[in-house]
Design a protein around this ligand. Sequence first.
Ligand code: C5P
Length: 411
Amino acid sequence: MSDTTDAALELAGKHVLLGLSGGIACYKAAELCRLLVKAGATVQVVMTEAAERFITPVTMQALSNRAVYTSQWDAREPNNMPHINLGREADAILVAPASADLMAQLAQGRASDLLTLLCLARPLATTPLLLAPAMNREMWAHPATQRNAAQLVADGAFVLPVGQGDQACGETGDGRMLEPEELLQELVAHFQPKVLRGQHVLVTAGPTFEAMDPVRGVTNHSSGKMGFAVARAAREAGADVTLVAGPVHLPTPRGVHRVNVQSAEQMHEAVMGRLHEASVFVATAAVADWRPAAAAGQKIKKAANGAPPAVAFVENPDILAEAAATERARNGQLFCVGFAAESHDLAEHAKAKRARKGVPLLVGNIGPATFGRDDNALLLVDEHGTEALPPGPKTVLARQLVVEIARRMKG
Ligand code: C5P
């Protein structure tokens, strides 16, 4: 199985119109363009006159591999209507940066240049418009801008959140454009079907760490990547997502609420305290089966005779089995999904584990083949039998799994 990067081709087959209006954040649009192309999209850049003051069309042409449009009078289009053609070709229009003035123009339905023209002329039903605002914090907070943003949302545009922090003007606050990587994630998410809208998904991920003393403990090789991918996919599918994560150093997927824990007992407590608000529980965590019966308060010192310490273990709570046995799970208000990491006879072991845990859906994978990697292959086991999701990036498999969960919940 080859290891591909997570971002690989997430926008394959998509044609994105990237619009730039005037703002210092134009410099970030160059990196965004590169990321979109790297993710497999074709990108048509359109710039306003003000944007050209901040970055040149030469840069954007080189990065997008296409001539940039800057004027509605561009005669390259045979019908001389770039404002019609460009919007019709696009799967989405992303304006980044979207200046306060551009948003004001769009909110009023004005069309004084090519970018505002093509936004106004886009087919509302088929060409989504995403705006990444970028401006000084006072401009962003101004009632006029907030009014325009609300109007744009009411008119069917997607106004993305702004970032917070240092601004080019030296002030600090809300109004920065999201980072290119965040904008890429927003766009990828936008294209995912909203099959879990209205659901609250609780996910566990990563290993647990069972302390022996203040400096040592027992853990395992789980990277957390599969669980983080499930949390991200559920969020992209429109769910509210809480991710209870063991000790891993992975970035929190956008829009996901993360709760960090160390031990199985902490994970158990974090999950049980949140099950009442969840409609789906996906247990991807590799929870340690046992923990040292008592963690020493101080570092255990070597014995003079070299004898190793005698460490007694006790069993950890089975979080998944307990969740599946709750009243809400039994009467269908909570859909529980378990994972099984096996080394052989996957179907047989996964079926047995599904029965033992009492869950409607059990997902099997070969542990040693996937620990720490970006790729995986899944075997879904439910009451009807087994279904294989072929090898691919964990992000892709997670999206497929989310669709399978939604389908089974409907059923
Ligand atoms: O019990 P076993 O590790 O074989 O089963 C794996 C599944 O059970 C996974 O979904 C895992 O997250 C969950 N599990 C759990 N609590 C445990 C052990 C496993 O939730 N203590």
